[in-house]
Design a binder for this molecule. Structure first.
Ligand code: AMP
Length: 579
């Protein structure tokens, strides 16, 4: 069974996780659990993704992009060093790098993922996320809400019903969600947020403060110089993090502008006064969210903090005051969403988890039929069979009847949506059931059954009741119709990568048939070889060991041609030895 990844595609940072032995594990990218959601182009024209891109942000802001998530679902173009990208393509590069890291970690190719999105994301934003996954070579098995994922990660060990408040303060966005876990079903009851409020705004306040200090000392405005501004941003962001653990932080930047230095001490108390109005705004969202869900603060069983900026001590303090319970701290707020996504991925994959939670369908599925609507006869009514919010897997049947005597066939048409008329909903697919009993009068009963499995596959069966004649068709569900041309974007991307393949040493996202695939294949072969080395004769073992050493050298030296040849030799030898 190949792995399905759980991915938190975040505004500022992204993470990838995997369910193993019933528990989620974070997969390191470039040796770190968190990868900046940053893409750039270096001076030689190579694509950079993650930490390396973030590192060049201060020096080359025009060739680097962070926070692409804010533009997902918009028909915009992003220009980086004269090259144009869609938001989907930038996100695909981020996802591609996570995929490559997972493949290197596992030693085998990975082609499927569950990706999280904010609860407030609309269809266009969700679809754009799905397209980015496809573009990165990942089949997106499910898009799940970030607060649902967070609740999944926390509730993986409990079977009790819970009312959970998820407070998610990231780099650029805030949202509060009320999640109810009931009989193993996780449901977001209400979500409220601000798409332009997050840790970046705290940085901006600190930047203004530092800029004023610099101006008072040297009479020059720092923020008018792009490079100095970016250096200052990196410095205040670091100081901000330090203030989460210490009462004071010092910013020292030499030769920040011309020959002037910046030397400034910040106190947590002063910082808290600066950000208090912004944190108050987050609490307003929390209250609105509780109101929408018709829940009183005292009815909340648990508060989960998500997102890097929720580490600010004042957040826990304000939440405690407003809700009356201590927020949970057991799971790292940066990693919790990816861990929940990995749990969901494991459930889809049929893996054993310690979780009792089950998934729900976010869509209603049904068929079109004739009938009365508001006293009028219509032939295009939508009859829902599986309702939105139903726990999966689900199987629902309904009896329908033929319209005329001797009717030989019926056209079964399946739609997704909530509108009363079929054509206003999304058309999923149709099939004909032919060869019905021609002797039967109108009213010949046809039983329609819809079965939706955990992976969102919908199986539709139509059965002529009195003869047993039946037909079953499997349909792929999800949003249909899309302005984004995947094939075109994929061509553009591979042309771009082919022309300037990323620097092999930095592990950037690449063409799936290139370096990552070779390394993944090498790792899988090495694993098989290591398992054999102790049980084969000494001469074979020596030959195998030499190939293993060569393979390690080729990977270390980035020599992919050599690695391809060694992979072939290893494959041949294993074929002979394993036989
Ligand atoms: P996220 O989008 O969840 O990755 O959150 C990123 C935001 O969290 C950025 O604004 C970071 O500066 C901020 N952040 C990360 N760690 C801390 C910390 N220890 N204290 C305060 N803010 C932090």
């Amino acid at each position: 069974m190949s792995a399905i990844l759980g991915i938190d595609l975040g505004t500022t940072n992204s993470e990838v996780a995997l369910l193993r032995d019933g528990r989620p594990h974070i997969i390191p990218v470039d040796g770190e659990p968190i990868m900046p959601s940053c893409v750039g182009i270096d001076p030689e024209g190579h694509l950079l993704v993650g930490r390396t891109a973030k590192n060049q942000m201060a020096a080359a802001p025009e060739a680097t992009i962070l926070s692409i998530k804010r533009q997902m679902g918009q028909n915009v173009e992003i220009t980086l060093a004269d090259r144009r990208f869609s938001p989907e393509t930038i996100s695909a590069l981020i996802l591609g790098k996570l995929k490559t890291a997972a493949e290197a970690f596992l030693g085998e190719p990975v082609t499927e993922a569950v990706i999280t999105v904010p609860a407030y994301f609309d269809d266009a934003q969700r679809k754009a996320t799905q397209n980015a996954g496809t573009l990165a070579g990942l089949e997106v098995r499910r898009i799940i809400n970030e607060p649902t994922a967070a609740a999944l990660a926390y509730d993986a060990h409990t079977a009790t019903d819970q009312t959970v408040l998820v407070y998610d303060l990231g780099g650029g966005t805030f949202d509060a969600s009320l999640v109810v876990v009931q009989s193993g079903v996780v449901e977001v009851k209400a979500s409220h947020g601000d798409t332009h409020l997050g840790g970046d705004d705290f940085d901006a306040l600190l930047m203004n403060h530092a800029d004023q200090h610099f101006f008072d000392t040297h009479g020059i405005r720092l923020t008018e110089d792009l490079k100095a501004r970016n250096r200052l941003w990196a410095a205040v962001e670091k100081a901000k993090r330090e203030l989460s653990d210490a009462p004071f932080a010092r910013i020292r930047e030499e030769y920040l502008l011309e020959d002037h230095h910046l030397d400034l001490e910040l106190s947590r108390l002063d910082y808290e006064e600066m950000i208090r109005p912004l944190l108050r705004k987050t609490m307003d969202c929390v209250h609105r969210c509780l109101k929408d869900a018709a829940i009183l603060p005292g009815q909340v069983d648990k508060v989960i903090l998500v997102g890097g900026a929720s580490r600010t001590p004042m957040v826990a303090h304000m939440v405690r005051e407003a809700i009356g319970c201590d927020p949970q701290h057991a799971i790292d707020p940066d990693l919790i969403v990816a861990m929940g996504a990995a749990i969901q991925a494991g459930v889809i994959n049929g893996q054993q988890t310690h979780s009792v939670l089950v998934d729900i369908t976010p869509y209603t599925f049904g068929t079109s039929a004739a009938g009365l609507h508001a006293g009028q006869w219509r032939t295009d009514l939508f009859v829902p069979l599986i309702h939105r919010g139903t726990a999966l897997p689900s199987r629902k049947s309904e009896a329908f009847a033929t319209m005329v005597d001797g009717q030989a066939a019926v056209d079964v048409r399946i739609h997704q949506g909530e509108a009363p008329f079929a054509e206003d909903n999304i058309f999923i697919g149709n099939f004909m059931v032919e060869g019905l009993d021609q002797e039967a009068a109108a009213g010949n009963e046809i039983i329609l059954t819809l079965a939706l499995d955990l992976s969102g596959m919908l199986e539709v069966t139509a059965l002529e009741k009195h003869t047993g004649l039946s037909k079953t068709v499997t349909m792929q569900t999800g949003e249909q119709g899309d302005r984004f041309d995947i094939a075109h974007a994929r061509e553009q991307l591979s042309a771009m990568m082919g022309a300037k393949a990323p620097d092999t040493g930095s592990g950037e996202a690449q063409n799936p048939s290139g370096r990552p695939a070779l390394i993944a294949a090498a790792k899988a072969l090495r694993k098989r070889a290591v398992a054999l080395i102790d049980v084969i004769d000494a001469t074979d073992a020596e030959e195998l060991q030499n190939l293993l050493t060569d393979s390690q050298e080729a990977i270390g030296g980035g020599d992919m041609d050599r690695l391809a040849r060694i992979n072939d030799s290893l494959g041949d030898m294993l074929f002979y030895l394993e036989d």
